[in-house]
Design a protein around this ligand. Structure first.
Ligand code: GLU
Length: 467
């Protein structure tokens, strides 16, 4: 098999969201699972809309998700000289011609075509042909350069997602591949489709895996590849990711920047797992590790229909990964959230993570839980009145007494609780609810002995005897 090379080529014109990053995940996974290379290219030629902040989100988001690249990031704006050089080569080969049709003329042409219910397209006025007389060149007009698209036949490719895709060449007009040259320039600024092809050739890309909003660019790009004497890569056009309302996921309708998920306590491996399933499957497997994903991934099981983002499912996947992680791995993540809240941590943290992880779907939720062990509980008055009654106060004091000298471990604490229940005739919940409320501020906690063991004895004693 050839050495595979894939790329992710985002435009930094908005903050990349989950739909965009899935277009990074698959080429990354394909390169990793085939022992190939993954290249990062920033397509920043839309100077007016590209921002450094958006580039930062791309780099941070990919680093967070562990989508490491082997080459790049390459910035298209830094490669302009190269594009112009190749443009001149293409021109020398006779695939390019100057077109002097001005904006007004183009608009008028478009209106005539629309009125005649035709597809608006450039009509080839300036395309040279044997025996054809071109219009006189207007003075003072810098021409655009157009690519001479073949006029007959079809252009087709075997898409790894869509299967065979075919376009009639007579439906493609002659694409503008360079804007008008400015004074002193040998050639004007090359346009998007041309730059992409030069990059894909120079970067020796073997597989282009990208969103299907680019399907209409592909026939044009294939023609440019061939004109430059290069074989087009294999293409896989991924279906759109929809939001929960069924609209295309976009910043405008609420998609969050990828990096926001880190702040909200999602785990990189869970995100990779969730995103992988948005358009790819391995049987019925829903929960898998990064290593399993890379072992299983291939371009043969990409879904054909649009995938829909589902926040509840993402949370569920995250919860499964969280549960499977040992406290030692969760502790540093939780410590970071606690540090943001100016809360200290100590040696209890790992065990707290192990105790509480089953009831949390994010590390932020876990930090919320853990923080109860590092702060004073503030139970609400109504709950106190309900659970800490005169009938149980003596039992609370008795428990404080029994816990005073016992070993501070789960078994000894359990034995003390049992003894108090025996002595007072109370049922477990009658004693456990008020204790939970007093020490953690809520009655819904893991088992009481496990909770108390991870609280300082002095604190427990004073809360029980002072109730
Ligand atoms: N820059 C394009 C985009 O962000 C991707 C181009 C490509 O993958 O060929 O949609």
């Amino acid at each position: 098999m050839t050495h595979t090379r894939t790329r992710f080529a985002p435009s930094p014109t908005g903050f990349i969201h989950l739909g965009n990053i899935r277009s990074a995940l698959y080429p990354w996974a394909f390169a990793r699972s085939t022992g190939g290379d993954f290249i990062l290219r920033i397509e920043d030629t839309d100077v007016g809309r590209s921002t450094q902040a958006a580039v930062d989100v791309i780099l941070e988001g990919m680093a967070w998700l562990g989508l490491d690249h082997d080459e790049g990031p390459f910035y298209q704006m830094q490669r302009m000289d190269r594009y112009k050089e190749v443009l001149l080569q293409l021109q020398a080969k006779g695939f390019v011609y100057p077109c002097y049709m001005g904006v007004e003329e183009l608009d008028a042409l478009r209106e005539r075509q629309m009125a005649a219910k035709e597809k608006p397209r450039y009509d080839g006025t300036w395309r040279p042909a044997p025996g054809k007389v071109l219009p006189p060149i207007p003075s003072g007009v810098a021409p655009v350069l157009r690519f001479m698209t073949p006029q007959d036949g079809v252009v087709a490719w075997d898409d790894k997602v869509k299967g065979r895709v075919e376009f009639q060449n007579n439906e493609l007009d002659d694409l503008v591949i360079a804007r008008p040259a400015q004074a002193g320039e040998a050639v004007g600024t090359p346009t998007y489709n041309f730059c992409v092809v030069v990059d894909d050739i120079d970067m020796a890309i073997t597989h282009v895996i990208r969103g299907d909003d680019h399907v209409n660019n592909t026939p044009r790009q294939i023609h440019i590849f061939r004109a430059l004497g290069a074989e087009p890569p294999v293409y896989a056009h991924l279906p759109t990711v929809l939001n929960e309302q069924g609209e295309k996921l976009s910043k405008r309708n609420g998609a969050k920047p990828v990096t926001q998920y880190a702040k909200e306590g999602f785990l990189p491996d869970a995100m990779v797992n969730y995103l992988a399933r948005l358009g790819w499957s391995h049987g019925d497997d829903e929960i898998f590790s990064r290593a399993q994903f890379l072992e299983w991934f291939s371009l043969d099981h990409l879904g054909k229909s649009a995938a829909q983002f589902d926040d509840a499912k993402l949370r569920w996947v995250n919860a499964q990964h969280l549960k499977a992680m040992p406290g030692s791995a969760l502790a540093p993540l939780v410590a970071a959230h606690l540090a943001e809240r100016a809360l200290p941590t100590d040696a209890r943290l790992e065990r707290l993570c192990d105790l509480l992880k089953d009831r949390c779907d994010t590390t932020v939720a876990l930090a919320d839980w853990v923080s109860r062990f590092y702060t004073d509980a503030s139970p609400d008055a109504a709950s106190l009145a309900q659970h800490v009654t005169d009938a149980v106060r003596p039992a609370l004091r008795a428990l404080a007494q029994a816990l005073q000298d016992c070993a501070w471990d789960k078994a000894s604490i359990a034995a003390a609780i049992k003894q108090v229940l025996l002595d007072t005739g109370l049922k477990m919940p009658q004693l456990a609810m008020p204790v939970r409320l007093l020490v953690l501020g809520t009655v819904q906690t893991p088992s009481l002995d496990a909770v108390l063991e991870l609280l300082p004895r002095e604190k427990v004693l004073s809360l029980l005897s002072g109730a």
